[in-house]
Design a protein around this ligand. Structure first.
Ligand code: GLV
Ligand code: MN
Ligand code: MN
Length: 413
């Protein structure tokens, strides 16, 4: 039996079903935000499966969770695969979780087939990839790769003011695992991440495997506008400093400035807070987030300047701040890993196509440390960040088989 033929579609599917219960929503999705009780439950479940198979587990100071299958050369740096178990507030069952479970399935398949590798193979669940609760996203992999500083990340607050350090301590208390000493990060020889595509191209083109070549650049911002609370019934327009009215002027100008002819630039205002949130008080404060992405960094630089200028031009009479909270440059994956993914898909007779990723992934940070690549599988109608996200068991298993083939090559190289 080869490693890839030992991948079991039923086992992989059942593991998704088991994980989907943790933070499961009535509409069939999940709400398992980073460092929540549901996140802790998912960590415990993964750790229990790992222990049952005799794999080693450990965590690091930002809460990344590693499952290790030893290699024959104990000194050789491992190859690694994984993704994230946290979700959007109205998230699906596969975004991130598939990459973790495919990596775990790869470890189990290698074990079942009795395949020995020179290097250890590590499955990883990175902390807070989504960045919906704590900023920035892809935090665990960013700290691991040295893109963000541990202390600064531990000091981040969620929208309710809970400090990440405290949420992480609670999570690790509820889901204990042996702690690695020192700062996060260790030598890794190669990294491959499996993920659902989160877009419609594979399905439209009837392909099973996306050979991912690159990830577009992304930046996030927070715009904060200070107004002045006033009586909604008595205050004339000229006397108002309405923070929400300023926010809508700014937002409207931003949508216009980011509408490109070829529909490549991605611009999203995904969170708006208005306070005090009373129907009959003129808002004294407004805050909104911006998520902007493009394959070329120069376009992001140019549009960042435009957005900043709009804030200054449209906020009056309210003072406003424009703050960048994330900046990840576009990533080109390693040609050798890209080739290994393509070759594995061909060897397994799986239809495939090269494609860039519109979504961000932990692989974008790990690609700075070692040769890295990604494997996409289709998801129904390309829907993601949505409770109705869905994928076919056979496609998930096909992606896991490709993953095993690639990991074996990397782990013996
Ligand atoms: C990840 O979920 C992203 O926002 O790209
Ligand atoms: Mn994801
Ligand atoms: Mn996501």
């Amino acid at each position: 039996m080869t490693g890839s033929s030992a991948v079991r579609e039923d086992r992989l599917w059942q593991r998704h079903a088991d994980m989907a219960k943790l933070g499961g929503t009535p509409k069939g999705g999940v709400n398992r935000q980073a460092l929540s009780a549901e996140d802790a439950a998912a960590r415990n479940l993964l750790a229990s499966w790992a222990r049952a198979r005799g794999f080693g587990i450990e965590t690091d100071a930002i809460g990344n969770l590693f499952v290790r299958r030893p290699g024959s050369d104990p000194k050789a740096p491992p190859v690694m695969s994984g993704s994230h178990m946290d979700s959007q507030p109205t998230g699906g069952r596969f975004d991130g979780m598939y990459g973790v479970l495919a990596a775990f399935e790869a470890l189990e398949a290698l074990e079942d087939a009795g395949v020995k590798t020179k290097r250890p193979v590590v499955a990883v669940a990175w902390t807070n990839e989504e960045g919906s609760r704590f900023q920035p996203g892809a935090m665990g992999s960013a700290v691991f790769a040295g893109h963000n500083k541990l202390d600064e990340m531990l000091a981040q607050k969620d929208w309710k003011g809970i400090v990440l350090r405290d949420a992480l301590a609670e999570t690790l208390k509820a889901a204990p695992a042996p702690m690695r000493a020192g700062l996060p990060g260790f030598a890794v020889d190669g990294y491959v991440e499996a993920h659902i595509e989160q877009g419609p191209r594979l399905e439209n083109e009837k392909k099973t495997i996306g050979v991912v070549t690159a990830i577009q650049g992304s930046r996030r911002y927070i715009v904060t506008i200070d107004g002045e609370e006033a009586h909604a019934g008595t205050t004339p327009r000229a006397a108002r400093k309405d923070a929400y009215a300023a926010a809508t002027r700014i937002a409207a100008a931003m949508y216009e400035a980011t509408t490109d002819a070829d529909d490549t630039l991605r611009f999203t205002i995904g969170r708006v807070e208005v306070s005090p949130g009373s129907p009959n008080t003129v808002p004294g404060k407004a805050l909104f987030t911006i998520d902007m992405r493009h394959p070329r960094d120069t376009v992001l630089v140019e549009h960042e300047k435009k957005l900043e200028a709009i804030v200054q031009a449209k906020a009056a009479p309210c003072p406003a701040r424009f703050e960048r909270v994330t900046n990840v440059a576009p990533t080109d994956f390693d040609p050798r890993v890209i080739g290994l993914v393509r070759d594995a898909a061909n060897v397994l007779k799986l239809t495939n196509m090269d494609m860039p990723s519109g979504a961000g992934h932990d692989a974008m940070h790990i690609a700075k440390l070692c040769p890295a690549g990604m494997i996409f599988v289709p998801c129904e109608r390309g829907i993601s960040h949505n409770e109705s996200e869905n994928a076919a068991p056979a496609d998930l298993a096909a992606g896991a088989r490709v993953l095993v083939e690639v990991l074996e090559k990397l782990a013996n190289g």
